[in-house]
Design a binder for this molecule. Structure first.
Ligand code: GUN
Length: 291
């Protein structure tokens, strides 16, 4: 029987812990954390994510600002908005929701965000500090996974951790966190990607698999060994006429096949997703101190 890594329940616990801290801050007359989110255009998934982030701010007692900008905004105008937020002392941290429209250079925007307000942890200064194990904002998804591994005491030391996917948001930072000298951490890490030729063989030797490629039900039962710990980062909308909203969410892991062999496994939804938002809130609280 596998243990379900319940990201939903864990994130609710973190929300409660944050709400307690906000009450203390208010009592002490300190600064209440304020998160701003920029969203450009009308991407349905992005809107859902950003709305969830703003709602969580309200729930834990943070202040929040949602800045909705038109799809056809120029890069220069978006950079001006970023500069405005950098200089706004009332805002402790902010995010620019990705992806951005094609005519805007995401790297240019990321580089313009003040590192001390970069609660997404995407700026090279934060990425570099993470690589060196220095204090920084950890990117929310990897940080949420680490928090889940920590709270469920999933063994990582000396284990073979296989990461599927090398994205800058999940795969690459996740590798750094799993090999760092820490608990969770101290794993032997293999990062696999689209050019990996012997993926099944590598996965079969894994004690921990972190799947982050966005291909629904990609990891099947025949690809994992007994006792593996599974972290499923995938969250793909698949059309489903039986659902009220017309879609259902699928992870990168075939849960039915893999769960019976796993020691630990995250569900989708309710696994990594809610932890990501909880991590963003933790970073926003941290940002108050960094500013
Ligand atoms: N798009 C998908 N995930 C993220 C995230 O964590 N932050 C931002 N800003 N955009 C995203």
């Amino acid at each position: 029987m596998s243990i379900l890594l319940d990201g939903k329940a864990t994130s609710l616990k973190i929300h409660d812990e944050l709400a307690v801290r906000v009450k203390e801050i208010k009592k002490e007359g300190g600064k209440v954390p304020h998160l701003a989110a920029i969203i450009v255009g009308d991407n349905g998934a992005s809107r859902t994510y950003v709305n969830a982030k703003v709602k969580t701010c309200e729930k834990v007692g943070f202040e929040s600002s949602l800045i909705q900008l038109p799809e056809d905004i120029s890069e220069v105008a978006l950079l001006a908005k970023v500069a405005e937020l950098n200089n706004d002392a009332s805002i402790d941290g902010y995010i620019v929701q990705l992806p951005l429209p094609k005519h805007i250079d995401e790297t240019k925007i990321t580089l313009a965000i003040a590192p001390h307000k970069d609660v997404d942890g995407f700026h090279p200064e934060n990425v570099g500090r993470m690589a060196l194990g220095l204090p920084c904002f950890l990117p929310a998804t990897p940080a949420g996974i680490v928090e889940l591994l920590k709270r469920y005491e999933v063994p990582t030391e000396g284990k073979h951790c296989v990461i599927i996917g090398r994205s800058h948001i999940v795969g690459a930072p996740m590798a750094m966190l799993m090999w760092q000298n820490a608990i969770p951490g101290n794993s032997t890490v293999t990062v696999t990607h689209s050019r990996t030729t012997n993926l099944k063989e590598i996965c079969l030797s894994a004690d921990i698999i972190i799947a982050a490629i966005g291909k629904p039900e990609f990891l099947t039962g025949d690809m994992v060994k007994e006792g593996v710990a599974i972290i499923d980062v995938g969250i793909t909308r698949v059309a489903d006429a039986t659902k009220k909203n017309g879609y259902r969410l699928l992870g990168d892991v075939n849960f039915e096949e893999v769960a019976p062999k796993a020691s630990f496994i995250t569900p989708v939804p309710g696994g990594v997703g809610p932890m990501t938002i909880a991590s963003l809130m933790i970073n926003t609280l941290k940002a108050v101190d960094r500013n």
